[in-house]
Design a protein around this ligand. Sequence first.
Ligand code: PMP
Length: 402
Amino acid sequence: MSMDAELRARAAKVIPGGMYGHLNAVLHGETYPQFFVRAEGARQWDADGREFIDLMCSWGPMIVGHRNPVVEEAAAAQQARGDCLNGPGPIMVELAELLVESIPAADWAMFSKNGTDATTQALMVARAATGRTKVLVAHGAYHGADPWCTPGLSGVTPNQRADNVEFTYNDLASAEAAAAVGDVAAILVTPFKHDSFEDQAFAEAEFARGVRALADRLGAALVIDEVRAGWRLDLRGSWEGFGVRPDLSAWSKAMANGHPIAAVTGVDALRGPAQTLYSTGSFWFSASAMAAAKATIEILRDTGGVALMERAGDRLRAGLAAQAASHGFVINQTGPVQIPWLSFEGDETLAQGVAWAAACLAEGVYLHPWHNWFLSTAHTDDEIDRALQRTDAAFAKLRSES
Ligand code: PMP
C-alpha cells in the first residue's frame, strides 16, 4: 500500500469524508495524491516521495518559490522572538505602511488569516459605511467558504444568502438590473473571471469602469476580491491598468508566500466605518506571517516579480500551444499567462482535460483539470522547459489512447 493510500485510510477514520474543501484530492481526480511532505522552489513532493513540478503553487499562495530563503528567514526571525503575543508586533505597522505605499487605493489596512475573512470583513465595512444590506456578486464567482458565499449549500440557511444579488460578469446591464433591488451596500467583483470548470475571461475595460460608475451612482462600495489575482497581475492592484480603483480590496493567498495572512485595504472615506467594526481572531495578529508578507511583497517589488511570472507564463503558453498543435489537439488557453488554464475544444464534460491532467501528473507535473493554475517567480526558463518536456509526453499519451 502506498503511503498516500495508508494516510487516506487513516484519515477516513478521523477526518469527515477523509478530507474536505478544495484540497480534497478526490475532487481533483482519482489519481491525484492527497498528502504532500515537502516543497522547494517550483517543486513539491508527495507522501510517497514522488516529485512534481508545481504549476498550482499550493492553489495560489506560493509566489516567490516554495521555502524562499528570504521569506523563511524573515518569518523564522520573528518566530524566534515570538509570534502570537498579547498584542501585535511593530511589523503590523510596517506591513500596513508597505500596503498603503504600494497600493494606490489603500489608505489603510486590516489583517486577518484567510481570503474568506477578508471578503467578509470588506462587506462588513461597506455595510457599516452605507447602513445598507445587499451586495451585488457575479454569478458563479468564488468569494470564500462562509455561509454567505460558499458554493456548497449544505449547512447554510436561505437567510444567509438573502442579501446576495447576482449579475453576469462582464455584463454591465445585468449589474445595473441587479442594482434595481435597492439597498445596495457593495458591488463585489474579481479582477478577471476565474470560475472553475470553464475558460477564464479578462474583465472588459468598459465593464470595470462601468461597475465603478455604478457603485458611485448608488453610493455603494466597489470591492475588488484580489484573493486569487493579487500580486500576480499588478502590485498596485489588478485594475490599475484600467484606471479603476476600488473602495475596498480583499487580499490573501500569495500575500506571504504560503504563510497564513489576509488583508482588507480601503480608501480614506471608509476608514471611519472600518474603525467601528468588531472584527478579530485569535491568530489574526501573529507576527511571523506579517514578517513573511513584508518580505514577499518586497521581493516581488524589487525583482520585478510580475514580469518574471509573465515571462514564465508566456513560455509555458507558447510551448503548450505548439505541443497541442503538433499532437493534433485544439486547445483554449485562457486568463492571464501567469494564472493560466487550458481546456480542450469541445470537451464539454472535461473528460479529455481530466485525462491529460492525469497524464501530466504521471509525468511529474502537478496542475489541475478544472481550476486555474498559478505560476511563480521560481518558474525559471529551465523549470518551464522541464515541465514542457513532461506535458509533451502527456499530450503524446493522450493521442496514443484516443
Ligand atoms: N476569493 C477568491 C477570489 C478566491 O479565489 C478565494 C480562494 N480560492 C477566496 C476568496 C477565499 O479564500 P480562502 O480560501 O483563503 O478563504
